[in-house]
Design a protein. Structure first.
Length: 246
């Protein structure tokens, strides 16, 4: 039996795991979830990680699952708490010493960067990202994710209509942008077992980038899941099968 610590992404909360958890429990596993303080604009990556750590019971078999934004958080948790495995689900993969924005700033025009009050780093430190695939699907960039139609199109397009409407009704205001702007404080990714699940119909995070980054940064081949950005809502049984497989 494993304890699956499920860490939600932007705009979501513990409710987003409600469809997945019964499938994990049916296999004899346990799950723990928590609400990240995303509505506080000043929340840092380390504070997000502390919220996860505080929710964890003492056990030796923790599988730490991070969706989307939470990919920038779960490695920080694994630095402080012993975990058996890190699982990135349609997730960002942090690069120590730089921010997410640093990694794709070369694809943005000067006016956009200025609107972010972006302070460029040493160009030689960022050149390595110039040949990477686009991190985000172009159509998703700059969208207003407080808009229900946008959420349905990009987050929940492959969910059953009732599930999509329920998810939209539960969506939270994402005020903290630490996962985009904050320099990742890690010196290196934790040396634990890793798994990456790429959602082949993802309309937000580029599947091409996900496959590339899983191999380049985690040293693993991404596991392909025929789903959109939120497989815990659109394909919970299939996601549970992948999470629990060796």
């Amino acid at each position: 039996m494993s304890l699956y610590c499920l860490v939600h992404g932007a705009f979501q909360a513990t409710w987003c795991w409600d469809l997945l958890i019964p499938y994990l429990e049916a296999q004899g596993h346990k799950a723990v979830t928590m609400d990240l303080p995303i509505e506080n604009a000043s929340t840092t990556l380390s504070q997000f990680a502390d919220t996860v750590i505080q929710a964890l019971p003492k056990t030796d078999d923790i599988v730490l699952v991070g969706h989307s934004m939470a990919g920038t958080i779960i490695p920080l948790v694994a630095e402080a708490v012993k975990v058996r495995q890190l699982v990135f689900v349609a997730a960002l993969i942090p690069y120590p010493g730089v921010s997410t924005l640093d990694q794709f700033s070369h694809r943005l025009d000067s006016n956009t960067l200025k609107s972010f009050n972006y302070q460029p780093k040493d160009p030689s430190k960022l050149e390595q990202f110039h040949n990477e695939p686009d991190m985000f699907e172009p159509a998703s960039v700059g969208k207003d994710y407080s808009d229900e139609a946008v959420l349905k199109e990009f987050f929940f397009h492959d969910c059953q209509p009732d599930v999509a409407q329920w998810a939209i009704s539960k969506s939270r205001s994402q005020q903290s942008m630490a996962y985009i702007f904050e320099t990742n404080p890690l010196k290196a990714l934790p040396h634990v077992e890793r798994k990456y699940i790429v959602c082949t119909n993802d309309r937000i995070l580029s599947p091409t980038w996900s496959r590339y980054a899983a191999r380049k940064r985690l040293g693993v081949d991404a596991i392909e899941l025929p789903a959109g950005h939120c497989p815990h809502l659109s394909r919970p049984e299939l996601l549970a099968s992948v999470l629990t497989s060796d």
